[in-house]
Design a binder for this molecule. Structure first.
Ligand code: NAP
Length: 287
């Protein structure tokens, strides 16, 4: 009989979103299980907004041990969990559900995933100025990732009201000087690290970058783009040519998945093995 068949005692986990075909989460979670020798299987589920409530109660009835949650359900999910972690409240989104007998607990692992991916590269922002470009869900995670120790945060966004809303939300959790600006070519700002969180640079917006980028990147030391497809966006290419340390979004994606894996399976993964698995996943790509 085959050794790698799914057994009745295996943990079943998955990811829900709409659309879901593009997700790399099954690749990451199933590779982690295989390499770490865990008996578990992780599957993608396309769930529409209309079916979200039924899907969550159905998953619980089926005993699904953990679910990742992706667009467009990260905010809506607050309605369907029995408890919310501090991180999920701070980021304002749930990306991970962990099974209990009474229902699911909602977590968010994006901010910690980003922080780990930066620390892995030796990047340290304590006492330094950070600029966050964008004010969508990813910007909330970026703010949470750096706000514990940085000196100040400047939020730059096309729509200033959304940047103001991000600042107001974060005053509930942090006491860090925060300044808000509208994206503009002549914006005068200097920072140690610039984190690009908008969708500019991917899909139909490939080859584009926020207006403030060119000027900001002339003085920044570290440039982070949460996009990983393409591997190097126009923003990161410009930053590299200016001599910045550059980081794309793959590390954040990978480490948010590792932290979610640990929560779902109630275990901690060996750090060396986690790093090795990341390198294996990237073996055909530039690192
Ligand atoms: P979102 O909530 O839709 O926010 C999008 C942001 O991009 C907003 O600030 C929006 O500005 C700005 N934007 C969009 N189009 C723009 C344009 N043409 N010009 C200027 N600004 C524009 O999206 P999100 O969830 O924050 O995701 C943003 C990016 O982060 C995506 O590329 C996503 O793939 C990436 N991401 C990566 C990871 C990872 O693990 N690496 C995790 C989450 C997200 P307005 O406020 O003016 O509309």
């Amino acid at each position: 009989m085959r050794e790698n068949y799914i057994k009745g005692s295996d943990n079943v986990c998955g990811v829900i979103g709409d659309p879901i075909a593009h997700t790399l989460s099954p690749l990451i979670h199933n590779t982690l299980s295989e390499k770490l020798g865990q008996r578990a299987v992780y599957v993608p589920f396309c769930v529409t907004k209309e079916n979200l409530k039924t899907a969550v109660s159905g998953a619980h009835a089926l005993g699904i041990k953990g679910l990742n949650v992706t667009m467009p359900h990260k905010q809506e999910m607050f309605k369907y969990v029995i408890e919310v972690s501090k991180e999920a409240n701070t980021v304002g989104a749930i990306n991970t559900l962990v099974y209990t007998n009474e229902g699911y607990i909602g977590h968010n692992t994006d901010a910690e995933g980003l922080a780990l991916s930066l620390k892995e590269k030796g990047i340290e922002w304590t006492g330094k100025k950070v600029v966050i470009i964008g004010s969508g869900g990813a910007a909330y995670a970026a703010y949470t990732a750096v706000a514990d120790t940085c000196e100040s945060i400047c939020i730059v966004n096309r729509t200033k009201e959304k940047a103001e809303a991000l600042k107001t939300h974060m005053t509930n959790y942090y006491n860090i000087p925060t300044f808000v600006y509208e994206d503009a070519e002549d914006l005068e700002l200097e920072a140690y690290m610039v984190i690009q969180t908008t969708g500019l640079g991917m899909g139909g917006l490939k080859g584009q970058m926020p207006k403030c980028s060119e000027k900001l990147l002339k003085t920044a030391e570290v440039a982070v783009d949460l996009i990983y497809e393409p591997w190097e966006t126009k923003f990161l290419e410009t930053a590299r040519k200016e001599g910045c340390i550059t980081v794309n979004g793959f590390g954040m994606l990978y480490y948010q998945a590792v932290i979610a894996y640990e929560l779902m399976h109630h275990m901690s993964c060996d750090k060396e093995a986690v790093l090795q698995i990341k390198q294996e996943l990237l073996k055909d790509r530039e690192q």
